[in-house]
Design a protein around this ligand. Structure first.
Ligand SMILES: Nc1nc2c(c(=O)[nH]1)N[C@H]1C(S)=C(S)[C@@H](COP(=O)(O)O)O[C@H]1N2
Ligand SMILES: [Mo]
Length: 231
C-alpha cells in the first residue's frame, strides 16, 4: 500500500480530485442495478455459488487508506476505502467450495457494465486488497463503482474493477488470455511499482502516449443529467 506523504510510483502525477474514469467504451455505460449487493462466484476451480447482502455482512469489515493510480499516469492520494478484505472473503467463502485437487491461478473479475479484467490469485490475497462498498466514509457512489468494487492499491486502476458482478476462479489463465487480441492492454499483473502498464510495451513509453488522453477522457466520463444509459 502506498500512503500519502510518500513518493509516487514511477511516472505518476498526483491530481487533487478523484474523477470517474475508464476505457472510453465504458464512459456511458452505467449498470441498471447499482444497489443490490449480490456477487456471483464461478470458474472451473470451484463449485459455483452466489452471495447476497446477508452473507457479505457476516464477514468482518475493514477500512484502509491508499493511493489510487490510473495507468494513464494520474494518481489520487489517500482514498479511504471501507469493505471486506479479499483474503478473508476468499478463505471463508471460496476455499470451502474448491473442487478436489484443483488449485487456482487466475481470478477473472466481471462487471455489471460489461467490463472485465483479471489478476493472479496471489496478487489478490495481499493484505490491502478489498471488495469495497464505501469511500471516504460514504457509501460507494455510482461514479466510483457502486455497489461493490475491487480495490487493489499495488495495481493500476484498470485492475480495480467497479460495479462487480462476478468473480471467476480458474485453474489456469488459458481460457482468459485466448479470449481476444483486445487483451494486449491488460497486463497479467499490472503492478504500479514495476510500471507494468501494458503487455509488451515499455511502461515509460506509454506515459507520454497516455498523458494527453487524460483531460478529454475525464470529460467523457463525467456523469451529467441522465445522458448515461443502461448497457
Ligand atoms: N466496471 C468498470 N470498472 C473499471 C473501469 C470501467 O470502465 N468499468 N475502468 C477502470 C479504470 S481504467 C480505472 S482508472 C478505474 C477508475 O476508477 P474511478 O472511476 O473510481 O476513478 O476503474 C477501473 N475499473
Ligand atoms: Mo485507468
Amino acid at each position: 500500500m502506498s500512503e500519502s506523504g510518500t513518493v509516487l510510483p514511477p511516472g505518476q502525477r498526483a491530481r487533487p480530485d478523484f474523477p470517474r474514469f475508464g476505457l472510453p467504451k465504458y464512459a456511458r455505460r452505467i449498470p441498471s442495478d447499482t444497489k443490490s449487493l449480490r456477487l456471483e462466484f464461478g470458474g472451473d476451480a470451484i463449485h459455483p455459488f452466489s452471495v447476497d447482502e446477508g452473507e457479505l455482512g457476516s464477514l468482518s469489515r475493514t477500512v484502509q487508506s491508499s493511493d489510487f493510480h490510473c495507468v494513464t499516469t494520474w494518481s489520487h492520494r489517500g482514498a479511504r476505502w471501507g469493505g471486506y478484505g479479499f483474503a478473508e472473503l476468499f478463505r471463508s467463502l471460496v476455499e470451502p467450495r474448491l473442487l478436489p485437487s484443483c488449485s487456482i491461478q487466475l481470478v477473472v473479475l466481471r462487471c455489471r457494465d460489461g467490463y472485465r479484467t483479471a489478476l493472479p490469485l496471489d496478487d489478490l490475497l495481499a493484505d490491502d486488497v478489498l471488495i469495497a462498498d464505501s469511500l471516504d466514509g460514504a457509501p460507494l457512489s455510482v461514479e466510483h463503482g457502486a455497489p461493490l468494487r475491487l480495490v487493489a492499491p499495488a495495481h493500476y486502476g484498470y485492475k480495480n474493477a467497479k460495479h462487480l458482478k462476478a468473480l471467476e476462479f480458474w485453474v489456469d489463465e488459458r481460457s482468459y488470455r485466448k479470449a481476444g487480441i483486445g487483451h494486449y492492454m491488460d497486463h497479467p499483473r499490472g503492478r504500479v511499482a514495476f510500471e507494468e502498464r501494458a503487455r509488451g510495451v515499455p511502461g515509460v513509453l506509454l506515459r507520454w502516449l497516455y498523458r494527453p488522453m487524460i483531460a478529454p477522457n475525464v470529460r467523457r466520463f463525467r456523469i451529467s443529467g441522465g445522458r448515461c444509459a443502461a448497457p
